[in-house]
Ligand binder design. Structure first.
Ligand SMILES: [Fe+2]
Length: 268
């Protein structure tokens, strides 16, 4: 007999690019990043309820401070599910890793709900672009080899494909060909998920769903030639994953969050 528990989909929340800072007043282009994260968490609990797993996909801190990671860990205490954190270009890798240990968010391979989740570090110290070290690519291949029967979600901070925005062409994953060479060997990979681009992006590649997600703070204009911010509310991505490998996903926004973004900025 199949129990109800076994047929219930796994509920996964992606939060990305919260850009938290040591100061409670810390703001990005006029948007207080603690307040916008709070608004997103409130929206998750209102619209979807508790997730089983939370993936925080980089740029967790804007300033790489211990305090920013502590704020994140405490805020995520609103959720009962386990978390996993990865680094983005703004993060301080060692401080993030230490805080992730404290908050039980340091796992990089997770098996849950009949799926596997592989979390990769694409950050390069001092650089905005991303790159996967050979050790990361080997780790990816090793995990996929060990679990051929589990549908896989692979996540990293940087975009591994062109997203049609000129100013972001050079700040994505540099060695993307090496990444796809591994992914293409494993048909169980269903989803590749990232942050970094502060906007929704969805495309298919050889049967794999490629997805990116709005930031929990400010949003970049999709398809823009130069740096540009969009007056869109902070958001998150929600997944319902079936053990069969089927899934649904959607992006939601905290529409009642009031903010006044500085549209005239030339960078962030
Ligand atoms: Fe970011």
């Amino acid at each position: 007999m199949i129990s109800k528990q076994a047929t219930r989909p796994l509920r996964v929340l992606q939060l990305t690019d919260p850009h938290l800072m040591a100061s409670a007043e810390g703001a990005l282009l006029g948007v207080n990043t603690r307040d916008s994260l709070d608004a997103v968490i409130k929206e998750v609990l209102k619209s979807h309820g508790q997730p089983d797993l939370i993936l925080a996909t980089g740029d967790l801190a804007q300033d790489g401070s211990d305090e920013a990671y502590r704020v994140l860990g405490d805020r995520l205490g609103a959720f009962s599910g386990d978390c996993a954190w990865i680094a983005g270009n703004h993060d301080h890798v060692e401080r993030l890793a230490s805080a992730a240990q404290t908050y039980g968010a340091a796992r990089r391979h997770i098996v849950q709900g009949g799926w596997q989740f592989i979390l990769l570090d694409s950050s390069v110290p001092g650089k905005v672009f991303g790159e996967l070290a050979k050790s990361e690519l080997d780790f990816l291949a090793e995990m996929l080899e060990q679990h051929p029967d589990l549908p896989a979600l692979v996540t990293l901070h940087h975009h591994p494909v062109d997203i049609g925005a000129d100013w972001m062409t050079d700040i994505g994953l540099r060695n993307r060909a090496d990444f796809w060479q591994v992914i293409d060997r494993f048909p169980q990979v269903k989803i590749v998920l990232w942050g970094h681009i502060h906007q929704t992006h969805e495309q298919q590649r050889k049967g794999v769903q490629l997805l990116a997600t709005p930031s929990t703070c400010i949003q970049f204009t999709s398809g823009s030639r130069k740096f540009s911010v969009e007056d869109l509310a902070p958001g998150y991505r929600w997944f319902e994953l079936q053990a069969s490998g089927n899934f649904t996903t959607e992006v939601c926004r905290a529409l009642d969050f009031e903010f006044d973004i500085d549209q005239n900025s030339s960078g962030y």
